[in-house]
Design a protein around this ligand. Structure first.
Ligand SMILES: [Zn+2]
Ligand SMILES: [Zn+2]
Length: 282
């Protein structure tokens, strides 16, 4: 356990990039071998768009990383935040509690907010416009979303009082799991069902990408599925009935061009069927 702490405390940027690229390559190859949906789409041009947004996400996080490091150092030095105020516990327990807290405050709650606050939804929408969800969709985030998500992540680290090893461990697990649960792969149903009691699985996250409400506004979980079950936002849907995308932006020239996707948050707001903020027709 100590060696894990030691490793993630000083994890080089190159290793973090390797985890991201390694996972992406692994699932990309697996999708070629055992795809779940056999779409007639250009997998490479689709990947090109999503990799552009992955690159901007990595760039934003890289440029702002020093803020995250300083914040984490500060909470530890000043004994600030939930983890710092807890009684002493074995390192393994401390790590599990820390991962759960970061997942709830820095991920689940932030994702839920992105669906409930209009200006945030305008940016987060870009993640939902993908009509062929595969492993490359995992980091399809508008650069604006990457910036405000970073701010919330930092706030989450401060509230949780998370040491830096925990932050980097969480982010590495999050990247790998996100690539897994977006992957267009055949995965045994029994194993998916069993894992979904604790983790966000492909069958669970696909429901979040169904094109209409109320499914879009469910299954917000990032690593752990327990928050959706606890707060009543868990939903199931037969994966064969799923239509990926978002009802307001189903036209290919909008969701399959980098320029259109970059401009998307600034266009006139379109209420989805099922009225997210403004009832349609008003
Ligand atoms: Zn979402
Ligand atoms: Zn997603």
């Amino acid at each position: 356990m100590e060696s894990i702490v030691e490793y993630f405390q000083h994890i080089p940027s190159a290793h973090r990039s390797a985890i991201l690229l390694g996972g992406l390559t692994f699932f990309f190859l697996l999708e070629g071998a055992i795809p779940l949906f056999r779409w007639q789409y250009n997998k490479w041009s689709h990947a090109g768009i999503n990799l552009f947004f992955t690159a901007t996400t990595v760039l934003v996080n890289f440029l702002m990383a020093v803020i995250l490091l300083r914040s984490s150092d500060w909470v530890v030095a000043n004994h600030f935040g939930l983890l710092q105020w807890m009684p002493d516990m074995p390192l393994l327990w401390y790590t599990i509690v820390g991962l759960l807290l970061l997942d709830l405050i820095g991920a689940y709650f932030v994702h839920w907010t992105e669906h409930k606050v209009k200006w945030m939804w305008r940016f987060h929408l870009v993640h939902h416009t993908d009509t062929n969800v595969d492993t490359t969709t995992a980091n399809r985030h508008h650069p604006g979303e990457s910036v405000f998500r970073f701010v919330f992540t930092t706030a989450g680290v401060i509230v949780c009082g998370a040491p830096i090893y925990l932050v980097f461990l969480y982010q590495s697990l999050s990247a790998a799991l996100s690539q897994f649960n977006h992957a267009n792969i055949q995965f045994p149903r029994w194993l998916d069902d069993a894992l979904s009691w604790v983790l966000v699985t492909p069958r669970m996250h696909r429901v979040h990408h169904h094109y209409v409400l109320p499914y879009t506004d469910s299954n917000y979980g990032n690593i752990f599925s327990i928050w959706d079950r606890l707060f009543g936002t868990f939903s199931r849907m037969d994966n064969d009935r799923i239509v990926f995308g978002i009802d307001t932006h189903m036209a290919a020239d909008e969701h399959s061009r980098i320029g259109s996707l970059l401009k998307m948050p600034f266009q006139t707001y379109r209420p989805p069927v099922g009225a997210k903020f403004d009832p349609p027709g008003e």
